[in-house]
Write a protein that binds this ligand. Structure first.
Ligand SMILES: [Zn+2]
Ligand SMILES: [Zn+2]
Length: 262
């Protein structure tokens, strides 16, 4: 056990740079000092913690459900492949599920997007052709035509309050949870044309009040715009104009769709 802890401390020291994760680093430096001085109190509670993990099964289920979004690392309750423990929103006790009536796969309702979940009629998008034609057409009149200022404000409010759950938002608040997952959830590319990205980020910044914070030098909010709000707005647009649920929108984004004609 002490050896394992030592290895863990050293691993953490290697993984966190001084600049970005000073707090975590400082904590583990203290931990190491105490350990090396031989005053460390070992932790023997691992088994108990596992038993307290929120139940992810219905009481009548015999096999554990796997959220389909987990395999593309887009599940809002993403499970760590190393530990099998939930990485995101671990405090959330009540997780609801929905089953696709075609492929019979399961999704958390948060991963499907709550507005898409209606009893008996959920389709995860497994048989749908990915098309962005309606969005491309609407964008000819500017980004206002695909999402209004009011909708951006509402989305930002819902993400901040947790009414809409997002792995990206959770990781912005808790970057130390998984740097690998944080990296994966960064947009692979901008799905909008360059001029549209400029317009959209300007509007997101002013609707959320983030522009003022950035002007004051709080540059960490740039990440909030680019890593969280741009992809969340993209999902919202795909939900609204293309009828994709949240999971289908995440898959489409991974396929590097373009919301403009090349
Ligand atoms: Zn999920
Ligand atoms: Zn399906």
């Amino acid at each position: 056990m002490p050896l394992l802890r030592k290895w863990w401390c050293l691993l953490l020291l290697e993984n966190y740079s001084l600049d970005s994760y000073r707090k975590v680093f400082a904590h583990w430096t203290e931990e190491c000092k105490v350990f090396l001085a031989g005053h460390h109190v070992p932790v023997f509670k691992l088994k108990k913690r596992k038993a307290e993990e929120p139940a992810e099964m219905e009481p009548s289920d015999t096999t554990p459900r796997q959220c389909m979004a987990n395999s593309i690392l887009a599940c809002v309750y993403q499970i760590s492949e190393n530990t099998g423990q939930r990485l995101l929103y671990p405090e959330e006790k009540l997780v609801e599920w929905v089953q696709c009536n075609i492929c019979k796969g399961w999704l958390h309702t948060e991963c499907a997007g709550k507005p898409f979940v209606r009893a008996g009629s959920f389709n995860c998008g497994c048989t749908n052709q990915v098309s962005c034609n309606r969005t491309i057409e609407a964008l000819k009149s500017g980004t206002q035509a695909v999402i209004s200022d009011g909708e951006i404000k509402m989305l930002y409010k819902d993400l901040c309050s947790g009414r809409v759950k997002s792995g990206r938002m959770y990781l912005w608040h808790n970057p130390g949870v998984s740097l690998k997952l944080k990296q994966r959830l960064k947009p692979l590319m901008f799905h909008f044309a360059d001029a549209q990205v400029d317009e959209l980020t300007e509007r997101i910044g002013s609707c959320s009040g983030i522009n003022e914070l950035i002007m004051k030098g709080e540059f960490q909010f740039l990440d909030l715009v680019f890593d969280v709000l741009v992809p969340e707005v993209t999902i919202k647009v795909l939900e609204k104009l293309e009828g994709m649920n949240r999971y289908a929108a995440e898959k489409a984004m991974l396929q590097r769709i373009h919301l403009y004609t090349k």
